[in-house]
Ligand binder design. Sequence first.
Ligand SMILES: [Ca+2]
Ligand SMILES: [Ca+2]
Ligand SMILES: [Ca+2]
Length: 229
Amino acid sequence: MITRAWRTWIGRVLGVACALAVLLAAPAARAAGPIVLDGEFGDWSGRSFISDPQGDASKSNGQGDIRALYWGTNPNDPTLYLMLEKWDEVNRPPIVYLVQFDINNNGDYQEAVDRQLVVIYTSNAQRSSVTVSLLNGAGVYLKTLALDEPWGDATPGGGTRCEFAVSFSDLGIVPHQAITMRAFSDQGGSQDATAFVQISPANALGYLLLGAAVLAAAWHMAQRRRVTV
Ligand SMILES: [Ca+2]
Ligand SMILES: [Ca+2]
Ligand SMILES: [Ca+2]
């Protein structure tokens, strides 16, 4: 027979486990849905980002002026999704972004272990074009990740946003690994840069599985106690 003390203990364990599972699953619940590389940007609502001021590019014509850098992951998908937004709609000449990742998080972005993405975004009213190349921190080309994909805004004014992605394996990271990143821009010689931001990319399913594992362990302990008491 299970005593009142044990019922209380089991109840507490299950309560904590449920609270932990809900807490850890919360980041996935807040997002509208999975991020899709499609040139539509509703999927970035609620995602993490750093903003960047208007008017701080090196030229006063507004070109290359970064507005925000967003990042996010999808459940069961070891991929880091990124979105860059600029203030000025005009996309000619194309804007070139350099996103640098300090993979070993030591303050040096130029080592072979580090990674860089070169992103070229241009658009008009009919179509956008996004091309992404992967380099190591020393500037050695590794591979092309995207070639002329329609992953940006295409509006009569040109567009301000483009989205792209890089896999954890191409970055050389494991889930939850702390890395630092920053983005630079150059459009017609007008340049801008974001602040540094430290992130720990992980897919949400990892959290859900952890919560489920805690619940399963609590249930198993409770069942064992039922048999032995
Ligand atoms: Ca999208
Ligand atoms: Ca800016
Ligand atoms: Ca480094």
